[in-house]
Write a protein that binds this ligand. Structure first.
Ligand code: ARG
Length: 578
């Protein structure tokens, strides 16, 4: 099902092209929802832009656009307003048909994009032998949500965990491991112990030049494939991956590939060779450096004096692999704001190399954790897990308090898990990703306001209405198909608002995917739930006349499915009661 705004857009646009020529751009014809009912349901202001081109008054243009033509089947009427706005009013019976069609579609009317792309989505990407920090948590949630959204929109997505598993830290780590490892601590908590060892080794290297030289030569031996060092490196990767996987499982995160930096190590010399050959990089003080014409871009070192390669060199090799082997049409990177310069630099070099795929840095602001409990600096794996534990524990207290003894212990724990994890993810995803996010337990777990529990609770309440209906007079097999046969046209304002909002879901998801902003879906779901709650408070549902009940039940069913699907796109689950 094509979103209604797109359908009306093409309807007007085709006509305009018939009148004034095929070169009229689509961008003039954006049909948008209005914010005041007297302007209709949708509005188009194409006449303003067109009038300039045609050198007539906008009103004349608008009149020609709508004169003497049959109305689109979705429309009740079309009106001119002001200097040349076109106001479109939807037909009520058509609205009901569309809501029924939403229920027939497996994904509540979501519409695949017309030009599916192969998108590489680089997200999470923590560093080996270091605990995953809070920035990685955001990259993980945001990336997973984008993976779900883009896949649902019909793109071919490679969610890729670009692990930091090949860097200069390994020399110090290997040497530190040999000198300072506490076996017991390593068995207990390997990543924390590796981090401790690394810090210790780093301090030793600062104090003692001979130690530093030794660390360098361990790194070189690793890079040259020394079997002992490779074995240690493999162990570091394996223990880290085990920790990361635990978090991924808990948060329901999925990758299509885990290709860390090490996967590209054989391509680095070639990339630097190519950069030199094409005159993009040159020798400078012993290093190989790219200088940019743009003075806002600092020079980029692609090979150091000692012959070592950098994070940036790896990213260039990775772009090459993604374009040449994966045939990417677009590459999207999800990291925190501190890497903006890095990506501007490597994107610029990629252009110089002739890679013209769109490269997108989807960056986000830092997150502030609850005061006193966590600080960003120490937001390590254990703390991230503690954060999730605390969310679940708080959600359990809440679930117990609001259940009237009807729900058993196991189910309460499951509710707490879904609501607790949901509230953490939602607190993150529902905000504009570029603003600073502060965790506030009471707010994010509240049943009121723009929170996961509010949406999940609305969902559960609708499900309970259906259950009542099925066991009550609707009979055990009451379903929406039977209701649809009985329903008449939407009448109440609350019904109309809700029906129109439901039809916007596919546009919303498309926009969230295009802008890489899951918060667009969150805002929408919040509004949808408010419309639903207005319906719930203002009219009877089960006790209404059979016709009114039937159409309201249809709305209930469509709303609950939309909430469930919208939350799924953010990686958040629902429960049938809470
Ligand atoms: N490992 C990096 C970090 O922790 C993030 C990698 C992001 N992706 C990339 N292709 N550079 O900061």
């Amino acid at each position: 099902m094509k979103p209604i705004d797109q359908e009306l857009t093409s309807w007007l646009l085709d006509h305009a092209r018939g009148l004034w020529g095929a070169e009229i751009e689509e961008s003039l014809f954006q049909v948008r929802p209005t914010n005041k009912p007297e302007f209709g349901d949708y509005q188009c202001n194409a006449a303003m832009g067109l009038a300039k081109r045609l050198k007539t008054a906008p009103r004349v243009v608008a009149e020609r656009l709508i004169a003497d033509r049959e109305l689109h089947p979705a429309l009740e009427k079309i009106e001119l307003a002001g200097p040349g706005f076109i106001n479109l009013f939807l037909k009520r019976a058509w609205l009901l048909e569309r809501v029924v069609a939403l229920l027939e579609s497996p994904s509540v009317g979501l519409h695949p994009v017309e030009d599916p792309k192969t998108v590489v989505l680089d997200f999470s990407s923590p560093n080996v032998a270091k605990p995953m920090h809070i920035g990685h948590l955001r990259s993980t949630n945001l990336g997973e949500s984008l993976r779900r959204i883009l896949t649902t929109l019909g793109h071919k997505v490679y969610g890729d965990n670009h692990l930091g598993d090949w860097g200069t830290q390994f020399g110090l780590l290997i040497l530190g491991y040999r000198n300072f490892l506490d076996r017991m601590a390593f068995e207990e908590d390997p990543v924390a112990e590796l981090e401790r060892v690394y810090v210790r080794s780093y301090e030793a290297s600062r104090a003692d030049d001979a130690y530093l030289d030794q660390a360098r030569s361990e790194l070189v031996r690793l890079q040259q494939g020394d079997p002992d060092n490779l074995r240690l490196w493999e162990e570091f990767v394996a223990v880290s991956m085990r920790e990361f996987d635990r978090i991924y499982r808990r948060l329901d995160i999925h990758f299509d590939m885990v290709r860390g930096e090490s996967a590209y190590r054989g391509m680095l010399a070639d990339v630097v060779g190519l950069l030199k050959e094409k005159g993009i990089a040159r020798e400078s003080e012993g290093a190989t450096v790219v200088f940019f014409d743009d003075e806002n871009l600092a020079p980029l070192i692609v090979q150091k004096k000692d012959g070592g390669f950098n994070y940036a060199t790896t990213d260039l090799a990775t772009i090459r692999y993604r374009v040449e082997e994966l045939k990417a049409d677009q590459i999207v990177y999800v990291t925190d704001e501190r890497q903006q310069l890095h990506f501007r630099q490597i994107f610029a070099v990629a252009r110089m190399l002739g890679f013209d795929v769109p490269l997108e840095h989807v960056w986000f602001g830092l997150m502030r954790l609850p005061e006193g409990t966590f600080s960003t600096r120490q937001g390590n794996v254990i703390k991230l897990e503690k954060l999730l534990d605390e969310a679940e524990a708080r959600a359990l207290v809440m679930a117990k308090a609001s259940s009237d003894g009807e729900i058993g212990e196991d189910e309460l724990c499951e509710i707490a898990r879904v609501v607790g994890l949901g509230s953490v993810k939602y607190a993150d995803l529902s905000q504009n990703r570029q603003t600073l996010v502060t965790f506030e337990w009471d707010r994010m777990l509240s049943l009121e306001g723009n929170t996961a529990p509010y949406l999940q609770y609305t969902y559960a309440r609708i499900r309970s209405i259906w259950r009542k209906h099925q066991t009550g007079e609707g009979g055990a097999d009451a379903d929406w198909r039977k209701e649809a046969e009985q329903a008449s046209v939407f009448e109440e304002k609350a019904e109309l608002d809700l029906a129109k909002a439901l039809l916007q879901f596919s546009e919303v998801v498309e926009r969230a995917g295009r802008l890489f902003r899951p918060n667009v879906i969150a805002d929408y779901l919040f509004e949808l739930c408010q419309f639903y709650n207005a319906l719930y408070q203002n009219v009877m549902i089960l006790k209404a006349s059979p016709e009114a009940r039937a159409r309201r039940l249809l709305l209930c069913e469509a709303v609950s499915r939309t909430i469930k699907e919208g939350l799924r796109l953010m990686g958040i689950e629902t429960v049938e009661r809470m």
